[in-house]
Design a protein around this ligand. Structure first.
Ligand SMILES: *Cc1c(COP(=O)(O)O)cnc(C)c1O
Length: 384
């Protein structure tokens, strides 16, 4: 059996080697390292793939989130509601801009932000909601968009983990994750579903004015060369990264399907297990969705309900199986983000999830032998 990795970028590279190497030498020969033709070509290709009017590339996903908030003109003291159970980048940029983060609980089955909790947290100071499409599927965007409309709030999607996922609305219409809210942020960190070979990110929006504002912000607040109209940042996707992304984008659906396949196999192995909760897909699919692309499985995350999660992590590692705990501490309990306004009783789900979740190896190169071995090792231990 091949060595099991959490993410296998070496094997994935073998499949796109010729194209990446050719594009790399083209960039090296042209020396157009910044804002070269590769960046523009990738941007246009991603706009077309997503069905969104504007893709604005930038340096990483954290910058993308920050720039979304700057572009919307959020100001110190404005409250921004986001999920307690996510990667820290989401709350970090809110705090960095001196906005007030308001963390709320998530749903126990999808891990995504709890809409009833958002509603309870809205005050006259609330300006935006940041749903995080955690582990690869959209938060409840029907309800979130309705709530935002009702209270006149912006919706900024954190789409770092769900690129390529499709959200089906209650009326049956469909949109790609990241094209639903007013603006959205994504990351091309190497291990993401569409990852480059360094750092990268992008902002998506259908709003022409906002796109214009953001294009200036990413470039030192310049709309005309050496005229700085607003305080901006320096945040760019470089041409070498764009070349990798351009080679990978045509394969994104296939890559995501490979992840879904692995998820299906895992979930069928764990079906009916008393102490294991398999991830739930939102489009009311039976088990793991066979027909649509609502979930792109950035992570395949189980809940181990018999208190053996930490012991299982150790057991898997002893057997040469890497795994992850995303995330081990809720944001409201992180030193940087504690706030006396928070009440532990409001975070029942996150407080439980941090002790029960475990993410198994998930990537485009997993083979059946590896999946069987991982599943068998998990089952042996949890039932042993
Ligand atoms: C990865 C990630 C980010 C940050 O992306 P970087 O490119 O690493 O800055 C933000 N939010 C979520 C949910 C992520 O998973």
């Amino acid at each position: 059996m091949r060595k099991i990795q959490m993410v296998d970028l070496q094997s994935q590279y073998e499949g796109i080697k010729d194209q990446v190497n050719t594009s790399f030498s083209k960039v090296l020969k042209s020396a157009a390292f910044i804002n070269g033709p590769e960046v523009h070509a990738f941007q246009a290709a991603l706009e077309e793939y997503l069905g969104v009017k504007h893709v604005i590339p930038c340096a990483n996903g954290t910058d993308a989130l920050q720039i979304c908030m700057m572009g919307l003109g959020l100001e110190p003291g404005d409250e921004v509601i986001t999920a307690d159970f996510t990667f820290a980048a989401t709350v970090e940029v809110i705090a960095l801009l001196q906005l007030t983060p308001v963390l709320v609980d998530v749903e126990p089955d999808t891990f995504n932000i709890d809409v009833a909790a958002i509603e309870r947290a809205i005050t006259p100071k609330t300006k935006a909601i940041v749903p995080v499409h955690l582990f690869g599927q959209c938060a409840d965007m029907d309800a979130i968009m309705d709530l935002a409309k009702k209270h006149n709030l912006y919706v900024i999607e954190d789409n770092a983990q769900a690129i390529g996922a499709t959200h089906t609305f209650n009326d049956g219409s469909k949109k790609k994750a990241g094209t639903i809210g007013h603006v959205s942020a994504t990351s091309f960190f190497p291990s993401k579903n569409l990852g480059c070979y360094g750092d990268g990110g992008a902002i998506f929006t259908n709003d022409d004015d906002l796109a214009h504002t953001i294009r200036g912000i990413v470039n030192h607040g310049m709309y005309k060369r050496y005229h700085h109209d607003v305080v901006g940042v320096n945040s760019r996707l470089d041409s070498l990264q764009a070349a990798v992304l351009r080679a990978k984008l045509p394969k994104l659906n296939e890559y995501n399907e490979k992840r879904r396949n692995a998820a299906r196999k895992y979930s069928s192995a764990f079906k009916g297990q008393e102490h294991i909760v398999v991830p739930k897909t939102v489009n009311n699919c039976e088990g793991i969705c066979d027909v649509c692309d609502c979930h792109v499985f950035h992570q395949y995350t189980l809940q181990i309900t018999n208190g053996k999660r930490d012991a299982l992590v150790a057991h898997l590692n002893e057997n040469g199986i890497p795994c992850g705990v995303y995330y081990p501490i809720p944001l409201h309990r992180q030193k940087a983000y504690v706030d006396e306004r928070y009440d532990e009783a409001d975070f029942g789900v996150t407080n439980r999830l941090v002790d029960e979740v475990i993410s198994l190896p998930m990537h485009t190169e997993l083979d059946d032998e590896q999946i069987d071995f991982i599943s068998k090792t998990v089952l042996e231990f949890v039932n042993g």
